[in-house]
Design a protein around this ligand. Structure first.
Ligand code: ACO
Length: 285
């Protein structure tokens, strides 16, 4: 593992989980250009860091993020179009291109405020867990702007049109329970249990074959924009592609453990990966 030495971002890798923490607590983790450059760099490197199996995006000091920095990202760059473009490119690269297509599973862990531009990383991650008392707000309408970059798009894709219109047009805050109800996050838990619930989800994901997981998340994302014929063809080819380079030989291992060894039931649990002890001893048989 290299060192991840940044000013506006903290990276802590523990037990396979890379906790990637927006770190401007005094500004409620508002996203400045420097923070975007550091996040972009961190995520690029973590994708190839073998110690990081699952990525959790969260914020320091009890908040997820207060969105774009209204001073450093907006006002100070209003008269500097090339610096704005550079910052916007980095912002969109990590919050969208990288996270949406990330090779490893990603989870957003939301506590405190999640506002405006922070919805990009919230919705680009594969999973999201919120504290019940977190505060979400698409506040852009209150600044005379709309949910730009891709915020309006990701919100419109994630929830029913009435919810998207209501919260984008009113800027009204909602809590973690409401975010779960409308499908903005997977589930909400009391704040005291947030880290534990996120860790449990990460551990469940780590038990799956990384190759199968990666292909499955790509498939679920990409079929949204395909018609039935395209989706059928794509999924057939993707199924074949999973087997190529699958270090776990998941298909044959799963069949053997279920049919011959009677050692697991796929409805409830993943087959044992080579790395885990029970799996390794089964491999030798
Ligand atoms: N941009 C720049 N600075 C910010 C931002 C932001 N988005 N959010 C908070 N800050 C700064 C404040 O200016 C303040 O700085 P100061 O200590 O130098 O005065 C500091 O962070 C703390 O903010 P407070 O407002 O004092 O903290 P509080 O906990 O009371 O409120 C809240 C937090 C609700 C998030 C509030 O700061 C707020 O409404 N911020 C604006 C959020 C927003 O609308 N973001 C969307 C921006 S548009 C976009 O993302 C596309």
């Amino acid at each position: 593992m290299g060192t991840y030495d940044y000013k506006n971002v903290k990276v802590e890798i523990r037990d396979g989980i890379a906790w990637v923490i927006l770190n401007r607590p005094e500004k409620r983790n508002a996203m400045s250009p420097k923070l975007h450059f550091e996040m972009d760099d961190a995520l690029e490197r973590l994708e190839f860091d073998d110690e990081a199996k699952v990525i959790v995006i969260t914020g320091a000091g009890g908040n997820f993020s207060a969105g774009q920095d209204l001073k450093e990202f907006f006002r100070e760059l209003d008269t500097n179009p090339s610096a704005r473009r550079k910052a916007a490119q980095a912002a969109n690269r990590w919050r969208w291109e990288r996270l949406y297509n990330y090779d490893k599973p990603t989870i957003a862990m939301i506590h405190g405020y999640c506002v405006g531009g922070a919805f990009m990383q919230l919705l680009a991650t594969d999973f999201a867990v919120a504290a019940e008392d977190a505060t979400f707000s698409l506040s852009e309408v209150n600044w005379g702007i709309l949910p730009g970059a891709l915020v309006a798009k990701v919100v419109a894709d994630a929830v029913l049109p009435r919810h998207a219109l209501y919260y984008a047009c009113l800027g009204e805050p909602f809590d973690g329970k409401e975010a779960a109800r409308i499908g903005m996050v997977n589930f909400a838990v009391p704040l005291a249990k947030l880290e534990q619930a996120t860790t449990e989800l990460a551990h469940k994901l780590m038990k799956k074959s990384p190759n199968t997981l990666r292909a499955t998340k790509q498939a679920v994302r990409h079929v949204r924009n395909m018609d039935f014929g395209q989706a059928y063809d794509y999924l057939m080819e993707k199924s074949k592609a999973i087997k190529l380079g699958d270090r776990e030989d998941s298909y044959n291992t799963g069949l053997r453990q279920f049919l011959d060894e009677k050692s697991y039931k796929p409805t409830y649990e993943p087959f044992r990966l080579r790395g885990d002890k029970a799996g390794a001893s089964a491999e030798k048989k």
